[in-house]
Every structure is written in structure tokens, then in C-alpha cells.
Design a protein around this ligand. Structure first.
Ligand SMILES: NC(=O)c1ccc[n+]([C@@H]2O[C@H](COP(=O)([O-])OP(=O)(O)OC[C@H]3O[C@@H](n4cnc5c(N)ncnc54)[C@H](OP(=O)(O)O)[C@@H]3O)[C@@H](O)[C@H]2O)c1
Length: 344
């Protein structure tokens, strides 16, 4: 018997990607239900070769659902995830609503799959921020070898990380530049077309942004609380896939060649590092792919045991939908959930 799966936020960037990935991976689902706000009731979304009619979240009865993949923002998750869990479904949430709660596991399967058993307390599992997910996939195998002390990361984050309205804004502004039409930023604080913005999410008291804070706190929770990290998160005029320039200081020596070998064999990682023009991965090439791509691996002689590298991944896939579905697969493969008995 397969599982009954609900996708909440099915009309959004992440929700649509979830439906694609469920179909691509032949996820063992008996039924997949697409849910969104009342505005989208009756809208059709693709699911493999089929289409699904979107239902409204606030009229839906979750009692027959085994797994709920949530990607409808923090406020919706805060209100709905506990109710859905109480109805007996395991919730895997993409928002930041539950990530920092000590009772809720925050999971990247390649890094800390064993922490998943903590889901029993509240019935909710959190998916990390998109920038954190790809970062920890690349850091984990290196941490196991040489123990990371400190990370300095600069991100180049695509507009899809801010939802579908943000993608529309980049498209409309780019067109307006050529047609000489007026540009009025809505979703972003400044013009994003042919520009970049060193500000994602709200400012914190210490001058960092909440996006930067998330990378610090989430890396500690998923990988190791002893790792020190500082991030500068930048929105760039790229539609999909986030890139990161990562500088790492280790406790023990590690050469670029060793790092390349370790990453070549690491789960979820793909090394493309030819040290010649074009011998690296760009966000355009990572889009639609599952891997975390690592390029430009080199030693940093300005610190003891230092390495720098370039990490690129599709933020809608590994940064959100794919990671959530991999979490669901861990639950199933480890027999941590069973499909509810349903009347024939
Ligand atoms: N994009 C990324 O790279 C990324 C990565 C990690 C995590 N996330 C998180 O994933 C979540 C979704 O992101 P997204 O990029 O997919 O956003 P999006 O494109 O703006 O889509 C939002 C989705 O939420 C639904 N929704 C909004 N209000 C709702 C309500 N009251 N009841 C039910 N559904 C409602 C929308 O439905 P309607 O179409 O009906 O409005 C839509 O399906 C956010 O929490 C985001 O922070 C995103």
C-alpha cells in the first residue's frame, strides 16, 4: 500500500517543484493532493503526465493523509502544521517557522539523517533554508576529514528564493530596461534587473540580516554547534539556483587535491573543477539538477589549513523540494512511518 501525500503551496515555486520531483522519483504515493489558498481553488497544476485540481487548504480534511509537504510560508505553517500533525500526518515544512525549535528536527539527509527520529515529539520535520542546505552538503565530508573551525560564505542568491512574485518582478524589470519603461520595485527594496542587492530578509540588531543569521544557526544545528560562520547574503538577477563563495579554516591540514577526492565521493556532491575557462559550474547549468556542484577548489595560504571553493545548487530542488522529498524517503526507507489503513 502506498502513501497519501498532501502538497500545501502546490501553486508556488517550491510546491510545483515538489509535484515534479514526486512524479520523477516514482514516489510510492497512492494519492497526491494539491492544496493552496482559496484564491487557487480549481486551478490545475501538473503532476507527471496528469494534472491535479488544486483544493483550498482551509476546507481540507487531513485525516486520511500520511505525509504533508508544506511550502506555503511561515504564517500558514505556524497555524496549520500542528493541526495537520494532530490529524496523524507527518509534516515536512519548508518555511522557517519550526527550524529553530529544539523539539523539531532540521534535516539534510546527506548530513544528519539520524536526527530524524526526533519527529515523533511533534510530528513535524523542518527543511533548512536553501542557502544552508547546499552549504552543509558540501561542508559535511570535509568536516569529517579535517574538522571545520570557521566558515566565511558569500551567497549569490537567485530571485526564485523569494517566491514566484519575485521571479515575475525580475522578468518585468528586465523587459522594462529595454523598453525604457519606469521600474518600481515591489518585492525587492531596489531594482533587481541588472543589479544586485546585499539584503535578504529583515535586519537584525547586530547589522546582519536574518538570512545571514539563518545560515549560522542552521549550520550549527545540522552539522556542528562548534563551527563559527559568517555570511553575507546577496540577491542577484538570476532566476534559479544559488551560488556560494565559501572560505573554510580547518583544525587539521587538508590539501585541495584531498578535498577534491573527498567531495567526488560524497553523497549529493558533484565536483566540476577543471581549472580552465568554463571548467566550473554556473547557476544556469545547475538548474533542474539534483546535485550540489563544487568548483574552484583551492588552498587559501592566508590562513592555516584554509580552503576556498565555489558551491552551486538549484535552490528550488536541493534547497527546498528535493530535500523535503528525500526526508520523506528516509522516513519510508527506515520504516518510521506506515501508510494509514484505508477502506477499500
Ligand atoms: N524558493 C526557495 O528557494 C525556498 C527554499 C526554501 C524554503 N522556501 C520556503 O518555502 C515556502 C514557499 O516558497 P515559494 O518560493 O514556493 O513561494 P511562492 O512561490 O510565493 O508560493 C507560495 C505558496 O503558498 C500558498 N499560500 C499562500 N498563502 C496561503 C494560505 N493562506 N493558505 C494556503 N496556501 C497559501 C500559495 O498559494 P496561492 O497561489 O493560492 O497564493 C502558493 O502555493 C516559503 O516558506 C519559503 O520561505 C523557499
Amino acid at each position: 500500500m502506498g502513501y497519501n501525500v498532501a502538497v500545501v503551496g502546490a501553486t508556488g515555486n517550491v510546491g510545483r517543484e515538489m509535484l515534479d520531483i514526486l512524479a520523477e522519483r516514482s514516489f510510492p504515493a497512492d494519492e497526491v493532493v494539491a492544496l493552496a489558498s482559496r484564491r487557487s481553488q480549481g486551478v490545475e497544476v501538473s503532476f507527471g503526465d496528469h494534472t491535479l485540481k488544486v483544493k483550498a487548504l482551509d476546507h481540507f480534511d487531513f485525516s486520511g493523509v500520511d505525509l504533508c509537504l508544506m511550502s506555503a510560508g511561515g504564517a500558514v505553517s505556524k497555524e496549520w502544521s500542528p493541526k495537520i500533525a494532530a490529524a496523524g500526518a507527518v509534516v515536512i515544512d519548508n518555511s522557517s517557522a519550526w527550524r529553530y525549535d529544539s523539539d523539531i528536527p532540521l534535516i539534510v539527509p546527506e548530513v544528519n539523517a539520524d536526527a530524524i527520529t526526533g519527529f515523533r515529539k511533534r510530528g513535524i520535520i523542518a527543511n533548512p533554508n536553501c542557502s544552508t542546505a547546499q552549504l552543509v552538503v558540501a561542508l559535511k565530508p570535509l568536516h569529517d576529514r579535517a574538522t571545520i573551525k570557521r566558515v566565511v560564505v558569500d551567497t549569490y542568491q537567485s530571485v526564485s528564493g523569494a517566491g514566484k512574485a519575485a521571479m515575475d518582478e525580475l522578468f518585468a524589470q528586465s523587459k522594462a530596461v529595454f523598453t525604457l519603461d519606469e521600474i518600481t520595485p515591489k518585492k525587492f527594496t531596489k531594482r533587481i534587473a541588472f543589479n544586485l542587492i546585499p539584503h535578504i530578509d529583515v535586519f537584525m540588531e547586530d547589522g546582519s540580516t536574518r538570512e545571514e543569521w539563518k545560515m549560522v544557526v542552521e549550520t550549527k544545528k545540522i552539522l556542528d554547534p562548534k563551527i563559527k560562520l559568517i555570511a553575507t547574503c546577496v540577491r542577484v538577477p538570476v532566476f534559479i539556483s544559488h551560488s556560494e563563495a565559501v572560505n573554510i579554516e580547518f583544525e587539521r591540514p587538508i590539501t585541495a587535491e584531498e578535498a577534491r577526492d573527498i567531495l567526488r565521493n560524497a553523497p549529493g556532491c558533484l565536483v566540476i573543477d577543471a581549472r580552465e575557462p568554463g571548467g566550473y559550474v554556473t547557476p544556469y547549468e545547475a538548474t533542474g539538477e539534483d546535485a550540489t556542484y563544487i568548483s574552484r577548489i583551492r588552498e587559501d595560504a592566508t590562513v592555516e589549513n584554509g580552503l576556498s571553493m565555489w558551491v552551486v545548487s538549484d535552490n528550488l530542488r536541493k534547497g527546498a523540494a528535493l530535500n523535503a522529498i528525500q526526508i520523506a524517503e528516509v522516513l519510508i526507507n527506515r520504516k518510521l512511518i506506515t501508510a494509514k489503513q484505508r477502506a477499500a
